[in-house]
Design a binder for this molecule. Structure first.
Ligand SMILES: Nc1ncnc2c1ncn2[C@@H]1O[C@H](COP(=O)(O)OP(=O)(O)OP(=O)(O)O)[C@@H](O)[C@H]1O
Length: 296
C-alpha cells in the first residue's frame, strides 16, 4: 500500500498541507482531486523526495520512502522535466539506465513504448519538436520505463486529445490490473469518475471526502430531483419542502435535495400542488460532489 500519513508542509509560514493522509492500495487507480493550489503537487513532490515535509511521512509497502524505494516509483512531474533539445529515445534510454537497466534492454523498451503509444518522431527530432500530446506520452514512458511498482502522476491527462486520453487511460488501467497502486491528480472530473476505483478530494491541505464514486454519492452528494407539474400555481417549486431550486423551465423544475430531504414528503407535496407528470431522481456527478465539498 502507498500511504501518505499526516503530511504537513508550510511555505514561508503559510500552511499548504495540514495533516494530509491517504492510502492507495495495490491494484487501485486513485484520483487525487482538489481546487487549484489545494496542495496536490506539494504532496506528490513530498512522496518523491523533491520536497521534505514538516511532519508526517510517505510509505510504500510499510517502508518509509527513501532513495531506494523512490527508484521503484514511476513519477510524472507537473513541470514535466524532460530535455527539449534531446531526442526522445535517447532520453528514455538515459532514464532507464539511471535506474540500472542494461542499455540493450532500455533501448528495446523505449522502442516498444514509442511504437505502442504511437509517438511518431523522426530519428533526429529533439523532444521540443513534438506536439504537446506526444511530449506527454514520452513523459509517461519515462515514468514507466523502469517497470515501476508504484505510479504517481501529476495531471497526466491535461492537454490531451480524446485519442491520447484513451491511450493514457488504457496504460494506467493496465498497471492497475497488474497490481500497481496508481495515484494521479486531475481536474477532469468526468474522466476521474469514469476511470478511478477511489477518489480523494483535498481542500486546504486535508482530504475532505474520499471513497468510491458510489460512496461519495451516498455520503457527500445531494441527488437532484426533476419534477414536472401541470395546473400548479405560479412559483410552485419554491413551495416544496426540503429542496433548493436549481432551474425552472415551463412546467418542469430541477431541485437539489438536502441531506434530510424526505423524497416521499416531496412527492406528496408536489401532488398536492398540481397534476404530477414526472418525478425523477438523478445521482450527482463527481463534479457536483466536488463543488459541494468545496462549499461545505
Ligand atoms: N516551492 C514553493 N514555494 C512557495 N509556495 C509554494 C511552493 N510550492 C507550492 N507553493 C504554494 O503552495 C500551494 C499549493 O500548491 P500546489 O502546487 O501543491 O497545489 P495544487 O493542488 O497542485 O494546484 P493545481 O491544481 O493548481 O496544480 C500554492 O498556493 C502554491 O503557490
Amino acid at each position: 500500500m502507498l500511504e501518505f500519513d499526516g503530511l504537513t508542509k508550510s511555505f514561508a509560514g503559510r500552511p499548504v498541507l495540514r495533516g494530509l493522509s491517504l492510502a492507495v492500495r495495490p491494484g487501485e487507480l486513485y484520483g487525487f482531486c482538489g481546487a487549484n493550489g489545494a496542495g496536490k503537487t506539494t504532496a506528490m513532490r513530498i512522496a518523491l523526495g523533491v520536497l521534505a515535509p514538516d511532519a508526517g511521512e510517505v510509505r510504500w509497502a510499510g517502508r518509509r520512502v527513501d532513495a531506494d524505494v523512490r527508484r521503484r516509483i514511476g513519477y510524472m512531474p507537473e513541470e514535466r522535466g524532460l530535455y527539449g533539445k534531446m531526442r526522445p529515445r535517447d532520453q528514455l534510454v538515459y532514464f532507464a539506465r539511471l535506474s540500472g537497466i542494461r542499455p540493450d534492454v532500455a533501448a528495446r523498451r523505449a522502442d516498444e513504448w514509442l511504437e505502442r503509444l504511437g509517438v511518431r518522431v523522426g530519428p533526429k527530432d529533439p523532444l521540443e519538436r513534438l506536439s504537446l500530446g506526444n511530449q506527454q506520452r514520452v513523459q509517461l514512458i519515462a515514468a514507466l520505463i523502469a517497470e515501476p511498482e508504484v505510479l504517481i502522476l501529476d495531471e497526466p491527462f491535461s492537454g490531451l486529445d480524446p485519442v491520447a486520453t484513451d491511450a493514457m487511460a488504457g496504460v494506467l488501467a493496465e498497471y492497475r490490473d497488474r497490481g500497481v497502486p496508481v495515484l494521479f491528480s486531475s481536474h477532469q472530473l468526468d474522466l476521474v469518475e469514469r476511470l478511478c476505483d477511489r477518489v480523494g478530494i483535498i481542500r486546504d491541505g486535508v482530504i475532505v471526502a474520499e471513497g468510491t464514486v458510489a460512496e461519495l454519492r451516498r455520503t457527500a452528494g445531494r441527488p437532484e430531483v426533476r419534477i414536472t407539474l401541470t395546473g400548479a400555481p405560479e412559483n410552485w417549486a419554491r413551495m416544496l419542502p426540503g429542496v433548493d431550486v436549481v432551474a425552472e423551465t415551463g412546467d418542469t423544475a430541477t431541485l437539489r435535495t438536502r441531506p434530510d430531504t424526505d423524497l416521499g414528503e416531496l412527492l406528496d407535496a408536489a401532488r398536492s400542488l398540481g397534476e404530477l407528470q414526472h418525478f425523477g431522481r438523478r445521482e450527482p456527478s463527481l463534479a457536483e460532489i466536488f463543488r459541494e465539498a468545496m462549499a461545505a
